[in-house]
Design a protein around this ligand. Structure first.
Ligand SMILES: Nc1nc(=O)c2c([nH]1)NC[C@@H]1CN(c3ccc(C(=O)N[C@@H](CCC(=O)O)C(=O)O)cc3)CN21
Ligand SMILES: CC(C)C(=O)C(=O)O
Ligand SMILES: [Mg+2]
Length: 266
């Protein structure tokens, strides 16, 4: 096993070096991005939208995730593989354990990502104790889109920000290996990244986190409909996919991306 490890990401955080992540759903793109220097590949349930054409991530199944995990695993050797647990497959700690184990054993994932805060602590503790590393996803958690009433920034109100901050601490205390923040104000990201020992990955969360992630199709400018404002088309400048991903990696490492234009203030 010569893949990137969670220990390596923690070392990067301690040394204040940024790391770059992208979503992938198939072997070819996964192979290209690994060679362009991407450290973490997420098989995201965003595949329900960008691959399957649904208008949310809710219809995605365990079988879908297992299939795409296998493809991405086959296309890579070095990147750390993270996978989203689909909607309702971690509703209770016991179902989470069974489904997470399948994603590890059949899908070859190294880390599973779950959307939720303090309510997930029992599940995070159970999975971690059984040897399954967990990333907790906070802020705009797309599986709750119907509760939010749309894909809108979270944590702008003081009470919401405090909740997200406390959730992040609770996830770390429960044993989470990573936290991912989506669509939250930059100041909240700064506070959480500073407070946590584990690496924090952001999307639409500003430049103050330890790693950045984007949906591959957004950074290649092939989003159907409106591209999220925090995303950037890196293909436009070069016209070559490998170079576009290399430019993204280097923009993340230098701190050039995301700029204020690709972040949310309070
Ligand atoms: N193509 C794609 N990109 C993504 O980043 C993505 C997916 N699909 N599918 C799953 C979720 C849904 N996500 C989304 C989708 C849209 C916005 C969006 O348009 N947000 C507004 C913010 C509006 C506000 O100010 O509150 C934006 O302007 O970016 C955000 C996250 C993130 N994930
Ligand atoms: C946007 C990222 C963080 C994600 O969860 C996905 O691609 O499903
Ligand atoms: Mg997801």
């Amino acid at each position: 096993m010569n893949r990137i490890t969670l220990n390596y990401l923690r070392k990067l955080k301690r040394e204040q070096q940024k790391f770059a992540c992208l979503t992938a759903y198939d072997a070819s793109f996964a192979h290209i991005m690994e060679h362009a220097g991407i450290e973490v590949i997420l098989v995201g349930d965003s595949l329900g939208m960008v691959i399957q054409g649904h208008d949310s991530t809710l219809p995605v199944t365990m079988e879908d995730m297992l299939y795409h995990c296998k493809l991405v695993h086959r296309g890579t050797q070095r990147a750390l593989l993270m996978v989203d647990m689909p909607f309702m497959t971690y509703a209770t700690p016991e179902t989470a354990l069974i489904n997470a184990a399948r994603l590890m054993r059949e899908g070859y994932a190294q880390v599973v990502k779950l959307e939720g805060g303090a309510w997930l602590t029992e599940t995070v503790k159970l999975l971690t104790e059984r040897g399954i590393p967990v990333c907790g996803h906070l802020g705009l958690t797309p599986q709750s889109v119907h509760q939010f009433g749309g894909y809108v920034v979270q944590g702008r109100r003081e009470s919401e920000a405090t909740q997200i901050y406390n959730d992040a601490l609770a996830l770390q205390a429960a044993g989470a290996s990573l936290v991912l923040l989506e669509c939250v104000p930059v100041e909240l990201t700064r506070q959480i990244t500073h407070a946590l020992e584990i690496p924090v990955i952001g999307i639409g969360a500003g430049r103050m986190c330890d790693g950045q992630i984007l949906v591959l199709y957004d950074m290649l400018g092939i989003t159907v409909g409106k591209r999220p404002s925090f995303s950037k088309d890196f293909l436009a400048e070069t016209g070559e996919i490998g170079s576009a991903i290399k430019n993204y990696v280097s923009a993340v490492k230098t701190g050039e991306f995301p700029s204020d234009a690709h972040s949310f203030g309070t």
